[in-house]
Ligand binder design. Structure first.
Ligand code: GLA
Length: 632
């Protein structure tokens, strides 16, 4: 009786405190809310069958690639995951719901009892020192079944029910099979089955696939059932935790930027696709790049932005396009994107192996400080990305997006280095070293990325600006009330659609998200007439978690950004250390001079920055934590 009462009381308190957390999103809590499930402290590296083979996969192809990854030395450089994508399944057996493998293509999966098992396959990869990845679908049917040729290779066969090989309704059973029994290490979970099978879809009308009321409306964020989508992926994460001991798994969410996944992927998954599929052409690469490049604050150790796999080796990134291949690699490395090769390595030339295997470029991607690059210059023609590295140096990429050569300038302040001291650059592709002071002219060939490691004298010598350490700044609450599509993503021709519809529209949620060195709407931060080239820009009603890696003081100039048009907006700013209030400003109005804040944070693990608005819904009120820095 007594025990029951205590349990009830405990349950009530737990409920009350979780209700509090949801009701009071701005309340400082002194925690880091990035998922601790799974293990991806650095961006995963490896190989995946999709870009190379589509659904036409078999064991020979996968093992041959795995062997080449080992033999060529790519494995030693970090490429560890060998992932099979769509096309491995035969059917879901109706007697017990077990998913069976296509043993014609994966002969080692054959078992005497007909159950089929990938265990020999994963054992083999593990024996080679590699890790094994599998692919599934959160709905009932995979993308290949929905969008691919129903008579093509790798399609599940049998009755409609037998062809339902996705996780929907089988999450626990399938994850137990893939991880508990077959011992995979990594799973990519797609979402076509919860997006494309409305009752009036051609696949359903023809009687080929069963209807599943779409949870995702790809083009219309408000018509997406975001909590339901999130709930399904949460169930997958829980099943993974139960079935893979030691938290030793990677959950790759493949929702292509839909369902406002930008805002919640960090709490559930280890990587999250930011866009639809890449294809081996320049325009598409720009599109995928842009889907992740302004989300620098949303990539964290254990949860990375995924602009899709590498297409190096194919199409406009092949041997005849070495400049483009190097750009693709440089940019993915700077963005801390997963480096997943999508090429039939049996065909790779030494030049392509050189691009994929450039140890210095890989080192940028795998740098221990784990900061996604920040845009120091952002234009339609040229972009300059910088990245603070664990050894205190920086990397800088100057990227020509256009088809013509361009002359540009690299200036000391792009790097937040002093303009009166020499800056040394080492070219990570050709090893050249050069030095400059203040500014340097740079010639970029068409589609070229020049990638340098840079050494100079830091402008902010006493510590690090928060915008130099985006991996330590988590927009736990970014103030977005109604998710809106990001209009800054390049909208090229979709190779598989050409001009057959009415154009490409912004689709991926994220406009208004917190930014490093920009406002949420891509302006230069400006308070009371003064611009700041170092700042965290966010919205009113936001709470940022900042990991303090041993600094003593936090300083900033906080204020409402001059871009705010609403004269009635009021915001008050507060700073907290491990949940305790250190400083709160009064209510500030647009045009007010910034409030100077300097507080001791020595020993505190989490510093929280809260910007509270005077109304609950203030989607357009941009605020700046200008010159926000952690100092020694
Ligand atoms: C989706 C994904 C791709 C690939 C295919 C497989 O399109 O985005 O990366 O996995 O499904 O069908």
């Amino acid at each position: 009786m007594k025990r029951l009462a205590v349990a009830a009381l405990l349950a009530a308190t737990t409920l009350a405190s979780s209700a509090n957390a949801a009701d009071k999103p701005l309340e400082a809590r002194g925690t880091w809310s990035v998922t601790t499930r799974g293990s991806a402290p650095l961006p995963p590296m490896g190989w995946n069958s999709w870009n190379a083979f589509g659904t036409d996969i078999d064991e020979e192809k996968v093992i041959a690639s795995a062997q080449l990854i080992v033999d060529s030395g790519l494995a030693a450089k970090g490429y560890r995951y060998v992932n099979i994508d769509d096309g491995w399944w035969a059917k879901r057996r109706q007697a017990d719901g077990r998913v069976l493998i296509r043993t014609d293509n994966f002969p080692s999966a054959r078992t005497a009892d007909g159950n089929t098992s990938f265990r020999p396959f994963t054992d083999r990869l593990h024996a080679m020192g590699l890790k094994a990845g599998i692919y599934s679908e959160i709905g009932r049917n995979s993308c290949g079944q929905i969008y691919g040729d129903p008579t093509g290779p790798g399609q599940p066969a049998g009755t409609m029910a037998e062809r339902e090989i996705g996780l929907y309704g089988h999450i626990d059973q399938d994850i137990a099979l893939y991880f508990g029994e077959w011992n995979f290490d990594y799973i990519k979970v797609d979402g076509c089955g919860i997006r494309a099978l409305a009752a009036d879809s051609p696949q359903v009308k023809s009687g080929r696939l069963r209807a599943l009321d779409p949870l995702i409306d790809y083009d219309t964020i408000p018509r997406t059932n975001i909590p339901a989508v999130k709930g399904l992926f949460d169930q997958v994460g829980q099943a993974l935790s139960r079935n893979k001991p030691g938290n030793n798994f990677v959950l790759s969410i493949c929702l292509w930027g839909s369902a406002d996944v930008r805002s919640w992927a960090r709490t559930l998954g280890n990587l999250s696709r930011t866009s639809e599929d890449i294809s081996p052409n320049w325009e598409r690469m720009l599109h995928n790049l842009d889907s992740a490049s302004r989300r620098e604050l949303y990539a964290k150790p254990n949860s990375w932005n995924d602009p899709d796999m590498l297409f190096i080796g194919s199409g406009e990134f092949d041997d005849a396009h070495l400049t483009e291949a190097r750009s693709h690699m440089s940019l993915w490395a700077m963005l801390n994107a997963p480096l997943i090769i999508g090429f039939d390595l049996r065909k790779a030339s030494p030049a392509m192996m050189g691009v994929l295997g450039n140890a210095q470029v890989i080192a940028l991607n795998q740098d221990a400080a784990a900061h996604q690059a920040v845009l120091a210059y952002d234009g339609d023609s040229v972009q300059i990305f910088t990245k603070t590295l664990a050894d205190g140096t920086k990397a800088v990429a100057l990227f020509n997006r256009t088809g013509s050569p361009i002359d540009v300038k690299l200036i000391a302040s792009h790097l937040k280095y002093r303009a009166d001291q020499p800056i040394t650059l080492t070219d990570l592709w050709d090893g050249d070293t050069k030095s400059f002071t203040n500014e340097m002219p740079v010639h970029l060939e068409r589609h070229q990325t020049l990638l340098f490691k840079a050494r100079g004298t830091r402008e902010h010598a006493q510590g690090l600006y928060l915008s130099e350490q985006p991996g330590n700044v988590n927009p736990a609450v970014d103030g977005i009330v109604h998710p809106m599509a990001d209009p800054m993503v390049y909208r090229g021709l979709l190779p598989w659609r050409s001009t057959k519809a009415d154009g490409e529209h912004p689709v991926y949620g994220g406009w208004g998200g917190a930014r490093a060195d920009a406002t949420p709407f891509a302006q230069t931060p400006k308070i009371a007439g003064k611009t700041y080239h170092s700042a965290i820009g966010t919205l009113a009603n936001s709470r940022l978690e900042v990991r303090n890696t041993g600094f003593s003081t936090f300083t900033t100039l906080a204020g409402i950004d001059d871009s705010v048009a609403d004269p009635t907006a009021r915001v008050r700013f507060s700073v907290h250390a491990d949940g305790k209030l250190l400083k709160q400003t009064g209510w500030m109005k647009p045009g007010d001079a910034p409030a100077a804040i300097a507080v001791p944070v020595k020993g505190a693990k989490i510093v929280e920055l809260v910007a509270e608005g005077n109304r609950p819904e203030m989607q357009n009120v941009a605020v700046d934590w200008a010159e926000a820095a952690l100092d020694r």
